[in-house]
Design a binder for this molecule. Structure first.
Ligand SMILES: C[S@@+](CC[C@H](N)C(=O)[O-])C[C@H]1O[C@@H](n2cnc3c(N)ncnc32)[C@H](O)[C@@H]1O
Length: 240
């Protein structure tokens, strides 16, 4: 049977919106792949402040809670209340591989903390501060710290806009994975980024043409396609 692409998050398969005959496809997946226990279908784009996907249950065990593993880490989450994408797994490792010993890292828009946990597990930062507005995602982030036996990440629940101005320190590296709207938070992030510090800035575009005063482009990475001709990009900037 020909199946259009699907994401696998632990035992939950998520069919793409383009899938034709989703019930037949779901039953085929459940039979052919013993590791798949639940099949959902994406019925719309990530939406709203919390960037939640629109998902519909199709077959198998009716749940949106899952346990997912990547990059030597394990994550617990509820797909209906928290943003998560397995497509960013190699990007998380790319960032982790850049982090030097004893760095102080700030992860804005941290969700269930996959970037921070992959960084903490795969490199040697001194400490990481996470900021997340969705209290369900922040709750799972704290659970994930325990699951991964991590004690150098602090999760702050609230709005980046209110919390960043109150931070007492400056950071070697800032991650901004909110591709839809993070542009408006760049001036705030720059206030707490050290000179020569690195900013990982994510955005959606057809072509990656973006510049900010006081930042030098170091590397552009093209990640997954989000609509015809449009991609998610990351630009690594250095603060001048
Ligand atoms: C695209 S998701 C990325 C989550 C996580 N970094 C990841 O890679 O899985 C963006 C996250 O930012 C959070 N968010 C949106 N606006 C925010 C704000 N102003 N302050 C704090 N968090 C915010 C959303 O709730 C969501 O969890």
């Amino acid at each position: 049977m020909k199946i259009s692409s699907f994401d696998l998050i632990g035992p939950i398969a998520i069919l793409s919106e383009r899938t034709k005959n989703s019930k037949k496809t779901a039953n085929y997946l459940l039979k052919a792949h013993k590791n798949i226990k639940t099949v959902l279908i994406k019925t719309g784009k990530y939406k709203g402040l919390y960037r939640l996907p629109k998902l519909k249950f199709i077959a198998g065990v009716k749940t949106t809670k899952t346990i997912y593993r990547e990059n030597k880490c394990v994550f617990s989450l509820d797909l209906s209340t928290c943003y998560f994408s397995p497509r960013t797994a190699s990007e998380r490792l790319r960032i982790a591989n850049q982090v030097k010993k004893n760095e102080i890292v700030l992860n804005l828009f941290s969700g269930i903390s996959p970037f921070s946990i992959v960084v903490s597990k795969n490199s040697n930062p001194k400490e990481i501060t996470d900021i997340e507005i969705n209290k369900e995602a922040a709750k799972y982030a704290k659970e994930n710290l325990k699951l991964n036996k991590i004690n150098n990440i602090k999760v702050l629940k609230g709005n980046v806009k209110n919390i960043v101005p109150k931070l007492k320190k400056k950071f070697d590296r800032i991650i901004m994975h909110l591709p839809k709207t993070s542009k408006r938070y760049v001036p705030l992030a720059l206030k707490v980024l050290k000179k020569n510090g690195t900013l990982h800035y994510y955005f959606f575009a057809k072509k990656p043409r973006i510049q900010f005063k006081g930042l030098k482009q170091i590397k552009i990475s093209r990640l997954n396609q989000v609509s015809p001709g449009k991609y998610k990009f990351c630009i690594d900037f250095k603060k001048l």
